[in-house]
Design a protein. Structure first.
Length: 396
C-alpha cells in the first residue's frame, strides 16, 4: 500500500514507496515543480537506492484546473489531498473569481492546515543586508486559517457592506467611524481553538528540536479583543500543558509586541528561536526575516495539521508570470520545501543531502539570477542549470 497514514500513536506511517500528490499550479509552476521533483528523486535514490521512491501523482488546481474541469479547485483535488495526507504544490493565482478567498486559503481551510511553518536561516555564500545573518535561525509558526485572511470581507458600496454597517451601527452601537460611507469592511476572527492548536504545535516543536524558547508575538496593545485574546489564550495553554517543561527550564516563554519584535530581531536575532503568532503578523514577520537572510529564495514553507497528519508543502515565491517560459524561475524555495517534506516523512538523510548540496552551490556563487545578483562573484544560472548544479553535488 502506497498511502501515508496516521498511526494510533499520532505518528505518520510511511511506506517505502509513498504516493505524494503534486499540484503544478500556475505561472512558473511548470518549471519549478519538475526541478523540485528531479532533485528530490535524485537524493532519495542516492541515499536509499531502490529501496525507497516517491510515487508522484498529479492533482489539479488553478487556471490549468479551470481549463480542464471548469473549477479552480476541483472536489477531486481536495479528496486526493485528504486521502494521501502529504502533498506539495506550485504557486497558484491569488483569487477564486467566484468568492473572496484565495485558492491557497481555500486549501488550508479545507484540510484545516492550521500551522504555517517557515524556518528561516542564512546560507553561507548568500549576501544578506544585515551585519551578522549567521545569528538568524528561527522557525515561525503562523496561525493559518483565521484572522483577516479568512476571506470574510465586503467591498465598499456593496449591498453586503451596507447591511453589515447598519447592523454594527444600529445593533452594536458602533459610532467611532461612519461605516455608512463608502467603506470596505472585513472581519478579523481569532478563536481560542485555533490559537491553542498552533501554540501547542509550536511548543512541541521547540521541545522536540531542543530549542530554547517560544516567543508569543502579538499586537495586544492595539487590538485587545483579538490579538489580546490570542496572547491570553496562548499563555493559558502553555501554563496548563507545558508547566513541567517551563519548571525544568527546557522551555522558556517570551512575549513580544509586534513592533518591538520587529526591531529586536534586527538588533539581537540570536535571542529568538521559535515564534508563534497570528496570521497577519506571521505574514509580516516571515517576510522581514526572509529579507534579513537574503530573500524568499532560500525560505521554505509548510502548512500542517499535526492532529490529522495532513500537510501541503510549497515554495514562498508567487506565480511570477513575467518569468514563465524563460528558464530563469528560481526553484530553490520549492526545493527546500521539498526538503521539509522529506523531514516530515522521516527521510532525514535525503533531506540533509539536499541542504548540503544547495549550500555548496551558494558557496560556489551559483544561483538563479534573482539570488546570484546579491552574491559576491555571483554566477547567474538558468532554472535547468541550477537544478543540475544541485544534482551534480548530490551525486558526488
Amino acid at each position: 500500500m502506497n498511502k501515508i497514514t496516521l498511526g494510533t500513536n499520532g505518528k505518520l506511517v510511511v511506506p517505502d514507496q509513498p504516493t505524494i500528490p503534486f499540484i503544478i499550479g500556475d505561472g512558473n509552476g511548470k518549471e519549478i515543480i519538475p526541478a523540485m521533483m528531479e532533485v528530490i528523486d535524485t537524493a532519495v535514490r542516492k541515499i536509499y537506492g531502490t529501496k525507497r521512491q516517491i510515487k508522484w501523482k498529479e492533482a489539479l488546481a488553478g487556471e490549468n484546473a479551470f481549463k480542464q474541469t471548469g473549477s479552480y479547485l476541483p472536489k477531486e483535488t481536495i479528496e486526493k489531498l485528504q486521502h494521501y495526507l502529504v502533498s506539495i504544490k506550485g504557486p497558484l493565482v491569488a483569487p477564486i473569481q467566484q468568492s473572496n478567498a484565495s485558492l491557497n486559503i481555500a486549501l488550508y481551510q479545507a484540510l484545516q492546515l492550521y500551522a504555517c511553518i517557515r524556518p528561516v536561516r542564512w546560507y553561507q555564500g548568500v549576501l544578506a543586508p544585515v551585519l551578522a545573518p549567521e545569528k538568524i535561525n528561527m522557525t515561525i509558526f503562523r496561525e493559518n486559517t483565521e484572522d483577516v485572511y479568512c476571506g470574510v470581507e465586503w467591498h465598499g458600496q456593496s449591498d453586503e457592506s451596507k447591511k453589515v454597517a447598519i447592523f454594527l451601527k444600529e445593533e452594536l452601537g458602533v459610532q467611532k467611524i461612519d461605516l455608512l460611507k463608502n467603506t470596505s469592511i472585513g472581519i478579523k476572527a481569532i478563536s481560542q481553538e485555533a490559537t491553542n492548536r498552533v501554540v501547542r504545535a509550536a511548543c512541541h516543536y521547540a521541545l522536540e528540536s531542543k530549542l530554547p524558547s517560544v516567543t508569543i508575538v502579538h499586537n495586544a496593545n492595539m487590538l485587545d479583543a483579538t490579538e489580546g485574546d490570542f496572547r491570553r489564550w496562548a499563555h493559558k495553554l502553555i501554563d496548563e500543558e507545558f508547566a513541567d517543561a517551563i519548571a525544568s527550564k527546557k522551555l522558556i516563554v517570551k512575549d513580544k509586541q509586534i513592533d518591538s519584535f520587529a526591531q529586536n530581531v534586527l538588533i539581537c536575532p540570536e535571542d529568538y528561536s521559535v515564534i508563534v503568532t497570528t496570521n497577519q503578523n506571521g505574514d509580516f514577520i516571515s517576510n522581514q526575516l526572509a529579507g534579513m537572510v537574503g530573500g524568499n529564495s532560500i525560505v521554505p514553507k509548510a502548512n500542517i495539521n499535526f492532529e490529522t497528519g495532513h500537510a501541503i508543502f510549497e515554495g514562498v515565491k508567487g506565480t511570477v508570470p513575467e518569468l514563465v517560459g524563460k528558464n530563469i524561475a528560481d526553484p530553490c524555495s520549492l526545493i527546500l520545501s521539498g526538503v521539509m517534506l522529506l523531514e516530515y516523512i522521516g527521510w532525514d538523510e535525503a533531506a540533509s543531502l539536499i541542504k548540503r548540496s544547495i549550500e555548496k552551490c551558494f558557496e560556489d556563487s551559483l544561483a538563479v539570477y534573482d539570488l546570484a545578483r546579491f552574491m559576491p562573484r555571483g554566477k547567474a544560472r538558468s532554472t535547468f542549470e541550477f537544478t543540475h548544479d544541485i544534482i551534480e553535488r548530490i551525486n558526488i
